[in-house]
Write a protein that binds this ligand. Structure first.
Ligand code: SF4
Ligand code: SF4
Length: 135
């Protein structure tokens, strides 16, 4: 069984442990088969595929928190049902959202939007986005 070699840096370990605390320790069992990414209906819009997210978590690489993947994720659970290791990947995505939200960073701010976007995007989309993505 091929496991990814896990990093030993204290900061990396702390990040990985935080994800494990929120999403369960199955994340360390990922062996990069790609089944999750192969079935993800949102993969085309993600800057990191779900299996790549899992790899970064195993390495304790906090740069994964800058990916759009876990914000794009619609929690459809396809990945979780396809994973041969029984990893609840949707829960991992939720854990990453939670870590960002707890750090009081906002993924979306009104200042970052163009005036045309503000006119065209339905208000309910803003409400939904702020509810999900800001604290
Ligand atoms: S739960 Fe998220 S990551 Fe998993 S398949 Fe659905 S959209 Fe993709
Ligand atoms: S399906 Fe499971 S084991 Fe395969 S890459 Fe995705 S998380 Fe890893």
């Amino acid at each position: 069984m091929a496991f990814v070699k896990l990093t030993k840096s204290k900061k990396n370990i702390q990040f990985r442990e935080k994800v494990i605390e929120l999403a369960g320790n199955a994340v360390i069992k990922c062996y990069q088969c790609g089944e999750c990414s192969g079935g993800c209906p949102e993969a085309g819009a993600m800057d990191l595929l779900p299996n790549q997210v899992m790899h970064k978590i195993q390495l304790g690489d906090e740069s994964v928190l800058h990916a759009n993947t876990f914000w794009i994720c619609s929690t459809c659970l396809v990945c979780s049902t396809r994973c041969p290791k029984g990893i609840d990947i949707a829960k991992v995505m939720e854990a990453l959202r939670e870590i960002v939200l707890r750090s009081k960073q906002s993924y979306l701010t009104l200042d970052s939007l163009e005036e045309d976007d503000l006119k065209e995007i339905p208000q309910i989309a803003f409400v939904s986005s702020f509810k999900k993505q800001t604290q």
